[in-house]
Design a protein around this ligand. Structure first.
Ligand code: PAF
Length: 282
Protein backbone atom coordinates (compact mmCIF):
# COMPACT_ATOMS: atom_id res chain seq x y z
CA UNK A 1 0.00 0.00 0.00
CA UNK A 2 1.31 3.45 -0.93
CA UNK A 3 0.59 6.63 1.02
CA UNK A 4 -0.19 9.68 -1.05
CA UNK A 5 0.01 12.94 0.82
CA UNK A 6 -0.59 15.44 -1.97
CA UNK A 7 -3.10 16.07 -4.72
CA UNK A 8 -0.65 16.56 -7.57
CA UNK A 9 1.05 13.22 -6.86
CA UNK A 10 -2.24 11.35 -6.70
CA UNK A 11 -3.43 12.87 -9.98
CA UNK A 12 -0.23 11.73 -11.68
CA UNK A 13 -0.50 8.19 -10.29
CA UNK A 14 -4.16 7.74 -11.25
CA UNK A 15 -3.49 9.15 -14.72
CA UNK A 16 -0.80 6.46 -15.25
CA UNK A 17 -3.20 3.76 -14.00
CA UNK A 18 -5.87 4.90 -16.44
CA UNK A 19 -3.35 4.82 -19.31
CA UNK A 20 -2.77 1.15 -18.45
CA UNK A 21 -6.56 0.64 -18.82
CA UNK A 22 -6.89 -0.51 -15.22
CA UNK A 23 -10.16 0.01 -13.35
CA UNK A 24 -10.03 2.28 -10.31
CA UNK A 25 -12.47 1.87 -7.40
CA UNK A 26 -12.61 4.76 -4.93
CA UNK A 27 -13.85 4.80 -1.32
CA UNK A 28 -13.92 8.28 0.28
CA UNK A 29 -13.90 8.26 4.08
CA UNK A 30 -13.34 10.48 7.09
CA UNK A 31 -11.45 7.67 8.85
CA UNK A 32 -12.40 5.90 12.10
CA UNK A 33 -12.92 2.94 9.81
CA UNK A 34 -15.32 0.16 10.79
CA UNK A 35 -16.96 -2.87 9.20
CA UNK A 36 -19.24 -0.58 7.17
CA UNK A 37 -16.18 0.90 5.45
CA UNK A 38 -14.63 -2.56 5.15
CA UNK A 39 -17.58 -3.73 3.11
CA UNK A 40 -17.18 -0.74 0.74
CA UNK A 41 -13.46 -1.46 0.39
CA UNK A 42 -14.05 -5.21 -0.10
CA UNK A 43 -16.59 -4.52 -2.82
CA UNK A 44 -14.19 -2.07 -4.50
CA UNK A 45 -11.42 -4.68 -4.23
CA UNK A 46 -13.58 -7.33 -5.93
CA UNK A 47 -14.63 -5.11 -8.80
CA UNK A 48 -11.47 -3.15 -9.66
CA UNK A 49 -7.77 -3.51 -10.45
CA UNK A 50 -6.80 -0.64 -8.18
CA UNK A 51 -8.44 0.56 -4.96
CA UNK A 52 -7.97 4.11 -3.68
CA UNK A 53 -9.18 5.09 -0.21
CA UNK A 54 -9.10 8.65 1.09
CA UNK A 55 -9.13 9.68 4.73
CA UNK A 56 -9.93 13.34 5.24
CA UNK A 57 -12.04 14.81 8.04
CA UNK A 58 -13.64 17.47 5.87
CA UNK A 59 -14.15 20.70 7.83
CA UNK A 60 -16.52 22.05 5.17
CA UNK A 61 -19.22 19.52 6.05
CA UNK A 62 -19.35 20.33 9.77
CA UNK A 63 -21.80 23.08 10.63
CA UNK A 64 -20.96 25.62 13.38
CA UNK A 65 -21.06 24.01 16.81
CA UNK A 66 -20.74 20.48 15.40
CA UNK A 67 -18.24 17.86 16.41
CA UNK A 68 -15.34 18.55 13.96
CA UNK A 69 -12.74 18.58 16.74
CA UNK A 70 -14.32 15.62 18.52
CA UNK A 71 -14.79 13.55 15.36
CA UNK A 72 -13.00 10.24 16.10
CA UNK A 73 -9.53 10.00 14.57
CA UNK A 74 -7.63 6.69 14.64
CA UNK A 75 -5.15 7.08 11.80
CA UNK A 76 -2.70 4.39 12.88
CA UNK A 77 -5.46 1.80 13.24
CA UNK A 78 -7.06 2.88 9.94
CA UNK A 79 -3.76 2.41 8.10
CA UNK A 80 -3.55 -1.15 9.47
CA UNK A 81 -7.10 -1.91 8.29
CA UNK A 82 -6.41 -0.53 4.81
CA UNK A 83 -3.26 -2.67 4.54
CA UNK A 84 -5.17 -5.80 5.55
CA UNK A 85 -7.98 -5.09 3.11
CA UNK A 86 -5.57 -4.77 0.16
CA UNK A 87 -5.97 -1.04 -0.49
CA UNK A 88 -3.45 0.06 -3.13
CA UNK A 89 -3.34 3.81 -2.46
CA UNK A 90 -4.25 5.62 0.74
CA UNK A 91 -4.78 9.30 0.13
CA UNK A 92 -4.22 11.44 3.24
CA UNK A 93 -4.52 15.00 2.08
CA UNK A 94 -3.77 18.05 4.12
CA UNK A 95 -6.48 20.60 4.80
CA UNK A 96 -4.33 23.33 3.22
CA UNK A 97 -3.95 21.26 0.04
CA UNK A 98 -7.72 20.72 -0.27
CA UNK A 99 -8.78 24.22 0.80
CA UNK A 100 -5.81 26.54 0.13
CA UNK A 101 -6.06 30.20 1.17
CA UNK A 102 -8.58 31.98 -1.03
CA UNK A 103 -10.59 28.81 -1.71
CA UNK A 104 -14.05 29.97 -2.83
CA UNK A 105 -15.83 27.30 -4.91
CA UNK A 106 -18.55 25.06 -3.52
CA UNK A 107 -21.00 22.59 -5.07
CA UNK A 108 -24.60 22.82 -3.91
CA UNK A 109 -27.11 20.18 -4.97
CA UNK A 110 -30.31 22.15 -4.58
CA UNK A 111 -33.53 20.99 -2.88
CA UNK A 112 -32.14 17.55 -1.93
CA UNK A 113 -29.57 19.23 0.33
CA UNK A 114 -32.11 21.33 2.22
CA UNK A 115 -34.39 18.60 3.58
CA UNK A 116 -34.08 15.91 6.30
CA UNK A 117 -30.48 16.06 7.62
CA UNK A 118 -29.90 19.16 5.49
CA UNK A 119 -32.61 21.03 7.40
CA UNK A 120 -30.90 20.38 10.74
CA UNK A 121 -27.38 20.74 9.38
CA UNK A 122 -27.46 23.68 6.95
CA UNK A 123 -24.43 23.64 4.65
CA UNK A 124 -23.50 20.05 5.51
CA UNK A 125 -24.29 18.56 2.09
CA UNK A 126 -22.67 21.53 0.32
CA UNK A 127 -19.47 20.52 2.11
CA UNK A 128 -19.97 16.84 1.23
CA UNK A 129 -20.72 17.52 -2.45
CA UNK A 130 -17.74 19.86 -2.70
CA UNK A 131 -15.19 17.43 -1.26
CA UNK A 132 -16.53 14.48 -3.26
CA UNK A 133 -16.50 16.55 -6.48
CA UNK A 134 -12.90 17.55 -5.80
CA UNK A 135 -11.83 13.97 -5.02
CA UNK A 136 -13.55 12.68 -8.17
CA UNK A 137 -11.74 15.28 -10.27
CA UNK A 138 -8.39 14.41 -8.73
CA UNK A 139 -8.73 10.61 -8.79
CA UNK A 140 -11.09 10.10 -11.76
CA UNK A 141 -12.14 6.62 -10.61
CA UNK A 142 -14.33 4.26 -12.62
CA UNK A 143 -16.56 3.54 -9.63
CA UNK A 144 -17.32 5.43 -6.42
CA UNK A 145 -18.49 3.38 -3.41
CA UNK A 146 -20.89 4.88 -0.85
CA UNK A 147 -22.84 3.38 2.04
CA UNK A 148 -26.63 3.00 2.23
CA UNK A 149 -26.57 4.19 5.86
CA UNK A 150 -25.88 7.72 4.60
CA UNK A 151 -28.68 7.42 2.08
CA UNK A 152 -29.32 11.15 1.64
CA UNK A 153 -25.62 11.65 0.96
CA UNK A 154 -25.68 8.82 -1.62
CA UNK A 155 -28.75 10.31 -3.34
CA UNK A 156 -27.19 13.80 -3.41
CA UNK A 157 -23.86 12.55 -4.77
CA UNK A 158 -25.63 10.44 -7.42
CA UNK A 159 -27.58 13.56 -8.46
CA UNK A 160 -24.39 15.63 -8.60
CA UNK A 161 -22.60 12.98 -10.68
CA UNK A 162 -25.50 12.97 -13.14
CA UNK A 163 -26.00 16.74 -13.26
CA UNK A 164 -22.32 17.60 -13.63
CA UNK A 165 -21.50 14.69 -15.99
CA UNK A 166 -18.82 13.09 -13.84
CA UNK A 167 -17.69 9.98 -15.74
CA UNK A 168 -18.07 7.69 -12.73
CA UNK A 169 -20.46 4.94 -11.67
CA UNK A 170 -21.88 5.27 -8.14
CA UNK A 171 -22.41 2.05 -6.17
CA UNK A 172 -24.39 2.10 -2.94
CA UNK A 173 -23.42 -0.74 -0.60
CA UNK A 174 -25.86 -2.10 2.06
CA UNK A 175 -25.63 -0.91 5.68
CA UNK A 176 -23.59 -3.10 8.01
CA UNK A 177 -25.17 -3.62 11.43
CA UNK A 178 -24.01 -4.81 14.82
CA UNK A 179 -25.53 -7.98 16.23
CA UNK A 180 -28.43 -6.15 17.85
CA UNK A 181 -29.13 -4.21 14.64
CA UNK A 182 -27.49 -0.83 15.35
CA UNK A 183 -26.10 0.56 12.09
CA UNK A 184 -22.32 0.92 12.17
CA UNK A 185 -21.17 4.52 12.28
CA UNK A 186 -17.91 6.20 13.27
CA UNK A 187 -19.99 8.28 15.70
CA UNK A 188 -21.00 5.15 17.68
CA UNK A 189 -17.57 5.47 19.29
CA UNK A 190 -18.86 8.59 21.10
CA UNK A 191 -21.76 6.75 22.81
CA UNK A 192 -21.53 5.86 26.50
CA UNK A 193 -22.33 2.25 27.42
CA UNK A 194 -25.83 3.20 28.43
CA UNK A 195 -26.41 5.30 25.30
CA UNK A 196 -25.06 2.48 23.15
CA UNK A 197 -27.57 -0.02 24.53
CA UNK A 198 -30.43 2.49 24.08
CA UNK A 199 -29.41 3.35 20.51
CA UNK A 200 -30.78 0.07 19.19
CA UNK A 201 -34.29 1.53 19.49
CA UNK A 202 -33.70 3.30 16.15
CA UNK A 203 -33.25 -0.03 14.39
CA UNK A 204 -36.24 -1.46 16.27
CA UNK A 205 -38.39 1.44 15.06
CA UNK A 206 -37.40 0.73 11.45
CA UNK A 207 -38.22 -2.98 11.91
CA UNK A 208 -41.58 -2.00 13.42
CA UNK A 209 -42.32 0.14 10.35
CA UNK A 210 -41.44 -2.78 8.05
CA UNK A 211 -43.77 -5.06 10.01
CA UNK A 212 -46.60 -2.52 9.84
CA UNK A 213 -46.15 -2.22 6.07
CA UNK A 214 -46.04 -5.97 5.59
CA UNK A 215 -49.29 -6.20 7.60
CA UNK A 216 -50.88 -3.83 5.08
CA UNK A 217 -50.47 -0.39 6.70
CA UNK A 218 -49.80 2.26 4.01
CA UNK A 219 -50.59 5.45 5.90
CA UNK A 220 -47.26 7.22 6.45
CA UNK A 221 -48.30 9.35 9.42
CA UNK A 222 -49.69 6.31 11.29
CA UNK A 223 -46.45 4.41 10.71
CA UNK A 224 -44.37 7.39 11.82
CA UNK A 225 -46.42 7.92 14.97
CA UNK A 226 -45.99 4.25 15.98
CA UNK A 227 -42.24 4.63 15.42
CA UNK A 228 -42.19 7.81 17.54
CA UNK A 229 -44.10 6.11 20.37
CA UNK A 230 -41.54 3.32 20.44
CA UNK A 231 -38.50 5.60 20.31
CA UNK A 232 -39.85 8.07 22.87
CA UNK A 233 -40.05 5.32 25.49
CA UNK A 234 -36.30 5.79 25.71
CA UNK A 235 -35.80 9.17 27.38
CA UNK A 236 -32.16 9.51 26.25
CA UNK A 237 -33.22 9.65 22.61
CA UNK A 238 -34.33 12.93 21.02
CA UNK A 239 -35.83 12.48 17.57
CA UNK A 240 -34.73 14.99 14.94
CA UNK A 241 -36.96 13.61 12.17
CA UNK A 242 -38.69 10.48 10.97
CA UNK A 243 -39.97 10.61 7.40
CA UNK A 244 -41.18 8.40 4.60
CA UNK A 245 -39.90 9.80 1.31
CA UNK A 246 -39.43 8.90 -2.33
CA UNK A 247 -35.90 7.99 -3.34
CA UNK A 248 -35.62 10.42 -6.25
CA UNK A 249 -36.60 13.78 -4.74
CA UNK A 250 -36.77 12.92 -1.03
CA UNK A 251 -40.34 14.28 -0.94
CA UNK A 252 -42.43 13.28 2.07
CA UNK A 253 -45.13 10.81 1.12
CA UNK A 254 -48.60 10.48 2.62
CA UNK A 255 -48.88 6.88 1.48
CA UNK A 256 -46.08 4.33 1.42
CA UNK A 257 -45.16 3.08 -2.05
CA UNK A 258 -42.93 0.19 -3.05
CA UNK A 259 -39.28 1.28 -2.80
CA UNK A 260 -40.04 4.28 -0.60
CA UNK A 261 -37.50 5.15 2.00
CA UNK A 262 -38.03 5.41 5.75
CA UNK A 263 -35.39 7.71 7.16
CA UNK A 264 -34.69 8.90 10.67
CA UNK A 265 -32.22 10.94 12.69
CA UNK A 266 -31.99 11.24 16.45
CA UNK A 267 -29.65 12.47 19.13
CA UNK A 268 -28.59 10.13 21.88
CA UNK A 269 -26.91 12.30 24.46
CA UNK A 270 -24.66 14.48 22.31
CA UNK A 271 -24.30 11.96 19.47
CA UNK A 272 -26.42 12.32 16.35
CA UNK A 273 -27.25 9.03 14.62
CA UNK A 274 -29.10 8.32 11.37
CA UNK A 275 -30.56 5.17 9.87
CA UNK A 276 -32.97 4.13 7.13
CA UNK A 277 -34.66 1.26 5.38
CA UNK A 278 -36.11 0.77 1.92
CA UNK A 279 -39.67 -0.49 2.00
CA UNK A 280 -39.71 -3.62 -0.07
CA UNK A 281 -43.09 -4.91 -1.17
CA UNK A 282 -44.91 -5.16 -4.49
O1 PAF B 1 -19.50 9.66 4.49
C1 PAF B 1 -18.44 10.25 4.79
O2 PAF B 1 -17.61 9.75 5.55
C2 PAF B 1 -18.17 11.64 4.22
O3 PAF B 1 -19.34 12.40 4.16
C3 PAF B 1 -17.46 11.62 2.85
C4 PAF B 1 -18.30 10.98 1.76
C5 PAF B 1 -16.14 10.86 3.00
C6 PAF B 1 -17.13 13.05 2.41
O4 PAF B 1 -16.32 13.69 3.34
Amino acid sequence: MKFIPDLAKLSLITEKIRQLKKRIGFVPTMGALHAGHFSLINQARKENDVVVVSIFVNPAQFTPGEDFKKYPRYLKRDIGFCRKLGVDFLFLPDKSDIYPPGYSTFVNVEVLSDVLCGASRPGHFRGVATIVAKLLNIIQPDTLYLGQKDVQQAIIISRMVKDLNFPVKVKVVPTVRQEDGLALSSRNANLSKNERSGAVVLFKALRLAETLVSNGQRNASRIISRMKQLIEKNKQVKIDYIAIVDQERLRRLKKVKPRSLIVLAAKIGKTRLIDNTIIDYS
